[in-house]
Design a protein around this ligand. Sequence first.
Ligand code: KG4
Ligand code: ZN
Length: 376
Amino acid sequence: MSNNSKIKPIKTRFTILRSFLIRVFSFTFTAQIMCLNLKKPSTYILAIESSCDDTAAAVIKNDRILSNVVATQQIHQQYGGVVPELASRAHQQNIVPVVHQAIHQANIDKKDLSAVAFTRGPGLMGSLLVGTSFAKSLSMGLGIPLIEVNHMQAHILAHFIDEGQNKPSFPFLAMTISGGHTQIVQVNDYFDMQVLGETIDDAVGEAFDKSAKILGLPYPGGPLIDRYAQEGNPKAYPFPKPRVGPLEFSFSGLKTAVLYFVERETNKDPDFIDKNLADICASIQYTIVEYLMDKLKNAVKQTGINRVAIGGGVSANSGIRDALQQAESKYGWKTFIPKFEYCTDNAAMIAMVGSLKYEQGLFTDAEVSAKARYKI
Ligand code: KG4
Ligand code: ZN
């Protein structure tokens, strides 16, 4: 090998140096980006729900729930329905231990919190005031932002809590079915929702609870009707479906029909309810579920949107869950059914909305007050 061949030409040496520098630079750059990602602080939001008779608190880290605590008030059972004054008094007793437990279970300190979210409405004024005042004081005390949440939007946005499931893409239809509301909503974006139709009288949860009361079942009767219905014949007793607009609901007629039917039959046989409880419950549930599905079919037809979600306490009902599941193969819909713990009132759904609003910088003024009637 000649001596000359050991000495590389100047041009080649420059090329080697250049590629070395490029590698060093790109390595440093990648490392910096990785460090930035690692350093991105996590967002912890505490959420408080107190709109009706459940005192609830939850902590969310970004879009993952760390804790979800609910204290359901038992006191109302002996009165056959929610007594507003007793509800707000029970919220006052429950709120500190419930919030404390939520923070403890999340394994964080309250100083780690990035914001406080709370249900501003709709709901019972006295109940809402407890959660609202508590959230305001905590946000002031800790010097962190306050985020107001609409309870009905939260029932819908609970579908975005990240648990590895498929989430609905926009636009989609959401049927909110609870003890206070019955609505079909077109959801164009997280905070762009349009109510297409709602009940003109009672909510569907009330129809379940009032029918249960007529049958002598304790409050809340919805879950009990569901349980007895499992063993009954859904076609044993036909009940009428109320006729209103295609996207409207009405349930007061059904309650009256159940009342007259039970009165008539118990006059003939005083043990009629005891002997036929499962069949009566199955027939009531069948009528309600068919009616809800009719409305959803109308909404899909009218909008051309076939992504359909349900939310609210009644979405825990096995009849509507089954019917919606079957709609996937029957009508080709894509359906979204919440996990049981996110159906009835909970603070995890409030936390989810809190997290979405935090990302968008949608904070609330400290002068905010509770709002019993609060539209989506
Ligand atoms: O959403 P939610 O917890 O409170 C409100 O915002 O109103 O809904 C409560 C309603 C009650 O009427 C209760 O009877 C009903 O949801 N519910 C059910 C079931 N679980 C709860 N109704 C029928 N079947 C169920 N499994
Ligand atoms: Zn609710």
